[in-house]
Design a protein around this ligand. Sequence first.
Ligand code: OTU
Length: 660
Amino acid sequence: MGTPQHRATDAASPAVAAAVAAARAPGTTDEQWATLLARFDREIGRLQRLFGEIYGAGERTDAELALLAGQLATSWQERPADLQELDAAREADPSWFESNEMVGGVLYVDRYAGDLDGVRAQIPYFRELGLTYLHLMPLFEAPAQNSDGGYAVSSYRAVNPALGDMEGLTALAADLRSQGIALVLDFIFNHTSDEHAWARRAQAGEPEYEDFYWIFPDRTMPDAYERTVREIFPDDHPGAFVPIPTPDGHGERWVWATFHSFQWDLNYTNPAVFRAMAGEMLFLANRGVDILRMDAVAFIWKQLGTSCESLPQAHALIQAFNAVCRIAAPAVLFKSEAIVHPDEVIGYISPQECQLSYNPLQMALIWSSLATRDARLLQQALERRHTLPPGTAWVNYVRSHDDIGWTFADEDAAELGIDGYEHRRFLNRFYVDRFPGSFARGVPFQDNPRTGDCRIAGTTASLAGLEAGDPGAVDRIVLAHSIVLSTGGIPLLYLGDEVGQLNDLGYVDEPGHAEDSRWVNRPHYPAEAYRRRLDPSTDSGRLHARLRRLLDVRRTTPELAGNRLVGFDARNPHVLGYQRPGEDPDGRATVVLCLANVADEPQGVDALTLSGMPLEALDLVTGERVGLREGLTLPAHGVRWLRTVLESGPADAPVQKPDS
Ligand code: OTU
């Protein structure tokens, strides 16, 4: 391979080159070393630039970068051989996650399966569903009660002993991978718990660790920051800061805690924090994690006089973490968790930042369309806000473990004559059953009478009408899932929803959960519903069979890969329409036309509207041929995935323009 050793020195400072060279381990082959140096060559210039943007150019920054570079070189060399192979394989196939075979599931280890062995025991069921991606909710060491469902991490290197241990997690990651399932874990990098060793040492007054957090001796700076930041969990504490004792225990000081008082925000203006967290990230990567869910990305950079959300440095920091992975664990992808205005959500998505992102707009508007029986806001979002940069993908979901916030753009709604404020008020009332005739049985979350802010919580089934006994419930659940399965991206199932699990009102009696209504939508494994799943005379059975069918069809429908979507104006406000152009398994240019009726009565798409389509289509779900010349009728909450073969023209010729 010549003398590739010199190339890393070209792109970086001599200090970086020296640190990398010094990190070479005796067992590393020339070929491995050349591979690593090539990655440094590709990424180190970018990392250096980002460090300059974040920390300012200077000797301290250079020294930190050199330390980091050495750490990266060591980490990749310590990476198990199978993961090093995976690195190369995914570099060679960077769009692996855009396949129509990708399907995700998410679960709490303790609630769904007891422990990590219980998760392993469920692998046959995951295979039955066709999962290729499994998100285990935070499973790290955390405070006994105050853990925010694991989002308050006390050690990133230790598994909560009730669930298993690190060896067990590593083994499970390998088992999942051997079954074609990628492991997704959270990277909770905005904050640690107040029981993390760093927080304890800060509490004890060690200056090195006080500098890991935002600690102030009095209210001067907290007051100044709080003039411009949002309250995220007002039920827990007002503002962004909470009081903590001084090291001597006699006085009071203030620490930044965006979420709960026991979740302390890390101070990324300190480069030592970045380096420490890069170390934790790579530790997890080397255990076999495939995708890191980047928690609370919007909050990681603070600046006086701003909202302290989605600031440019937040992006620079995530890009720097991305560069770290490209060098030391290139198989790993990031998924952005930004549940904010759609203009901000998109800002985190690129191959250089987060390759994947939750799609909170689609999620919120699915529920909006079911409440209003009007598909237009969702239609507009699909036509306007669905496109992504190449090399990235949405993670589409019906609901998550969190609350549902109505994160659509008011400007978009205004174009349809909808007042954003009033619409959110309506949706909140509708979904907590304070609207006459509502089929939904959700509960309010963080109802803030002072600001008028409110979000809602509930399982898919309870929100869709199953708890209320509404006859449309199963159809609505299928409809919601058909959208996340067919619009493009990775569909993510909240496991248990596929058998219609209902709200868990028992959470109020669980230690530490009563104050957080999101626990209503985090039920324990719904054993009864799972038992009924093969019985077609039950709601669970009907739901499971229909979702299984959609999952199977998705897997064998190549048009559903990737993200290309062309709107289809069904000329009926109750009917959502979109086309997925592509090629069928025989290589013919095709379009899959997806239609969904969000109304409670049958709705038609007339013959004129369909006149631009070929004469007939194949209904992919029922296997029937469907004539398109007479128009179509969709039953209440009905869904169709119709493949038409284009008579001529290239695969990318759209059948109908969004505005025609
Ligand atoms: C995330 O959510 C997690 O999903 C939550 O479960 C955690 O409690 C929280 O971070 C703290 O770790 O406010 O209501 O995008 O919507 O980051 C959920 C902004 C949350 C927030 C999101 C946060």
